[in-house]
Design a binder for this molecule. Structure first.
Ligand code: NAD
Length: 289
């Protein structure tokens, strides 16, 4: 069994506790036992789980795993604290707000012999799985992914990082990308921003990624992917899966803890995560110019 602590009791932290209290029967997630949570607020027990300080959590021998569910800007510091204490870490995406820090943290995890896992629930949705099936075997000519959503709360960072789920979709669908241009329109008084990044696939096919957020904008992914044989203009609708996406991620993470994920798969995931963080950093640099 692995004892776990959840850091940050927002939407994601609450779901992590819920899922560890009722893991999918027969799955490796049954090996996780939530023992405590950490919050900057003084909170009553959450779903029957009690609060501890970070100092207590790092020193407790019955806690071997930390779930980092805070705002994005605090991920790096929290991950480092727990890795240094020799604990396995599951962090909600994005791992960090820059590529270099992520690389350092992977090295630290390796040095300590522990698992560092970044949650990517967007790859586990039925919509995505259906889209992946549709795209398979087709040759992309050009494409656009335009995401819209409500304004982000403070601490979620630059849109290329807070929206890394969309970038991860593009990389998983079309392979490694490069950035050729990026711009940012901002109206901070109205909490509005629109980032436009121009990308190229390895065979020089253009992709545009737009991340647009503002109060009242509907949460939606608009796509236009032109292939040699057809054009896809919407994400194919798919019924919800039987197992929730956070639960699927928990199962994947706990399979890693149990040594059930091959080194090849772990390596592929690490390469993809670092590639996306590097691209996000490049986009941010280009927007600053
Ligand atoms: P959230 O805004 O609900 O919580 C973020 C942080 O704010 C947490 O540390 C929480 O402790 C704190 N917080 C929440 N309510 C508070 C309050 N009333 N007073 C003071 N502090 C409070 O954000 P979230 O959706 O849980 O996101 C956390 C992380 O999970 C982020 O890195 C995000 O990118 C990632 N994530 C979230 C989802 C999701 O569906 N919510 C999906 C994928 C990844």
């Amino acid at each position: 069994m692995f004892g776990a602590v959840v850091v940050g009791i927002g939407t994601a932290g609450w779901v992590r506790i819920r899922d560890m209290l009722a893991p999918l029967p027969g799955s490796p997630a049954e090996k996780l036992n939530v023992r405590a949570f950490i919050s900057r607020r003084k909170l009553d027990s959450q779903q029957g789980v009690s609060q501890v300080t970070a100092e207590e959590a790092v020193s407790r021998e019955d806690i071997q795993v930390a779930f980092i569910c805070t705002e994005n800007v605090l991920h790096e510091e929290n991950i480092r604290t727990f890795l240094q204490a020799g604990k396995h870490v599951c962090v909600e995406y994005p791992m960090t707000m820059n590529y270099k820090a992520a690389l350092e943290l992977w090295n630290l995890a390796q040095e300590k012999g522990v698992i560092l896992h970044e949650e990517h629930i967007e790859l586990l949705t039925e919509d995505y799985k259906e889209l992946k099936r549709e795209v398979e075997g087709k040759l992309l000519q050009e494409g656009t992914l335009h995401f819209t959503g409500g304004a982000l709360k403070p601490g979620f960072g630059f849109p290329a990082f807070s929206g890394i789920a969309r970038l991860t979709w593009l990389v998983e669908l079309f392979g490694e990308l490069s950035v050729t241009a990026a711009t940012m329109e901002e109206d901070s008084g109205n909490n509005y921003c629109k980032m436009t990044a121009k990308l190229l696939t390895s065979d020089e096919r253009p992709l545009v990624w737009i991340e647009e957020r503002g109060p009242g904008l509907p949460r939606a992914k608009n796509i236009n992917f032109q292939f040699d044989s057809c054009t896809l203009t919407e994400v194919p609708p798919a019924p919800r899966g039987a197992v929730g996406i956070f639960m699927q991620d928990l199962i994947h993470f706990s399979a890693k803890l149990a040594g059930q994920v091959s080194p090849g798969e772990l390596h592929r995931e690490k390469i993809r995560i670092l590639h996306c963080l590097r691209l996000a950093g490049n986009i941010q640099q280009l927007c600053k110019r």
